[in-house]
Design a protein around this ligand. Structure first.
Ligand code: CU
Length: 488
């Protein structure tokens, strides 16, 4: 029943019609409001029109084949200009922010000496590396101030885009945020024979994508005191540059995307929704290139994509900054998420055309068979815990056997999941077989709900140097969303 007062002051109540009329008016007003709100969001969501003015910072390349002796990495405090002429206080490896790209080769050893010049402990985790627990750089493996960690990495895995970053329980988020991250690129004879773009910094460009906030051009440091639950900021930073451009040959250009953010996920796309090709997941090349127009990436994930610059003079890679849980209900909001420019690729006719064709076949992946599974494990990512347990350095959460095929069911909720020491193949994503672009080797996954993965471990991880599995939202990891396991 609806009641309203006539002009003469008579209270009149009506059933039915008035209810419907009121409901209609409410519906109409809601629809108008909804449209207005979304239109305003959409306006804000349109990509920036400011032309890129900063040349992309490309991390220095250290090729392990050209070294006489170990690669020396100094972990230091420093300064970095995200905006021209304005310096921020940061930390870096051999520099103010981020670190050199270290190129390694399958079948060869790479020696590296990391020296901690900070006034707090740190360590170096090789994210994506198939190496034993002692080399993996988990939270047990501290480098105290003034100490040097000398490591020999025996590279046994296939060509892939990996990275290194701190991994101490409680300080991973703040240390990565301050600038501590770098690429480990692995090459092998097969990948180098394919004719893929592989001139570093010219047509093969690593991009670490992060979000930061700035006041008058200065980076806001990581909050001290209470750790935020998940730090998502408003400005996209690519290799430490904001809204950058880079000159590229008019040919195929490979971009190695790494989501190096603490907690932010992105949806990448080319301006005008032009197609691009995904050629690799975290652990190696896909069987063949997969044409896509958008690609979502959670923290810790890597994907190599190829853009055809022979057909355009310039092209912009854009990213929508996604809400925390970008699946389920929030998926509705994605088209209205704010977009920012990742990188403007400017074709330069004076640069030699390097890769004019994209090979149709890239890799052979022999799938694991579910019938060969020997052990099944379930990981439920809950409220800052996994399977109801928080990380305890003194507790080994499970023991795996060397070479044994395992099936892991990951009930991820809003959390990206990563495990150390190996790469896995996806068996199912929410009950469906993985899409072609997800049928590659991976070590980090945000499955849209539940994923089943198949994996085995080829290297030892003892109680002293166990492997980790954890949420790759760095704040969640620091707060204990992590477990440890041995492999023997
Ligand atoms: Cu999480």
């Amino acid at each position: 029943m609806t009641c309203f007062r006539h002009q003469k002051g008579v209270l009149q109540c009506q059933k039915g019609f008035a209810n419907r009329r009121v409901a209609f008016v409410i519906l109409l007003v809601s629809a108008l409001l909804f449209t207005a709100v979304f239109a305003s969001i959409a306006l804000r969501a349109s990509p920036p029109t400011t032309a890129a003015q900063t040349p992309l910072n490309i991390p220095t390349l250290i090729d392990s084949r050209t070294q006489n002796g170990p690669i020396v990495i100094d972990i230091t405090k420093g300064e970095h200009a995200f905006f021209l002429g304005v310096k921020s206080t940061t930390r870096g490896y051999n520099g103010g922010y981020l670190g050199p790209t270290i190129k390694m080769y399958k079948g060869e050893n790479t020696d590296i000496q990391f020296t901690n010049h900070l006034d707090e402990p740190t360590n170096i985790h090789g994210h994506g590396l198939h190496v034993e627990g002692k080399i993996d750089g988990g939270p047990q493996n501290k480098i105290m101030p003034g100490e040097t960690w000398s490591v020999t990495i025996p590279v046994s895995q296939q060509a892939s885009t990996n990275w290194y970053h701190p991994h101490l329980k409680g300080s991973t988020a703040s240390q990565v945020h301050s600038g501590l991250a770098g690429f480990y690129l692995i090459e092998d004879a097969h990948s180098m024979s394919l004719g893929l773009p592989n001139s570093y910094g010219i047509d093969d460009i690593p991009l670490v994508i992060q979000d930061r906030s700035f006041v008058d051009g200065k980076m806001t440091p990581y909050p001290t005191g209470n750790m935020p639950e998940d730090l998502r900021e408003d400005t996209l930073v690519v290799n430490g540059t904001v809204n950058p451009y880079t000159l590229v040959p008019r040919s195929f250009v490979r971009l190695r995307l790494l989501n190096g953010s603490n907690a932010r996920s992105y949806e990448f796309y080319l301006e005008g929704d032009q197609p691009f090709y995904k050629i690799a997941t975290e652990g190696g090349l896909l069987p063949s290139p997969v044409e896509l127009t958008s690609l979502k990436m959670a923290p810790g994930e890597r994907n190599d994509i190829v853009v055809d610059m022979s057909v355009v003079e310039s092209q912009r890679l854009l990213a929508r900054l996604l809400p925390m849980n970008y699946n389920g209900f929030n998926a509705v909001l994605i088209p209205f998420s704010q977009s920012q420019s990742v990188l403007e690729l400017r074709g330069d006719d004076s640069l030699k055309v390097l890769a004019s064709e994209l090979p149709k076949q890239l890799n052979t992946i022999t799938p694991y068979l579910e019938k060969d599974v020997e052990v099944e494990r379930v990981f439920e990512l809950g409220d800052m815990s996994i399977n109801g347990q928080q990380m305890n350095m003194k507790v080994i959460n499970h023991e795996s056997k060397l070479g044994q095929l395992e099936k892991w069911t990951i009930d991820s909720g809003r959390h990206p999941f990563h495990m150390h020491g190996t790469s896995f193949l996806i068996l199912s994503m929410n009950g469906k077989p993985p899409a072609p672009e997800d049928q590659g080797w991976k070590d980090t996954i945000y499955p849209n709900g539940t994923a089943e993965i198949l994996l085995k471990f080829d290297y030892e991880a003892t109680e002293q140097w166990p492997y980790m599995y954890h949420c790759h939202i760095l704040e969640h990891e620091d707060m204990g969303m992590m477990g440890q396991f041995t492999v023997k």
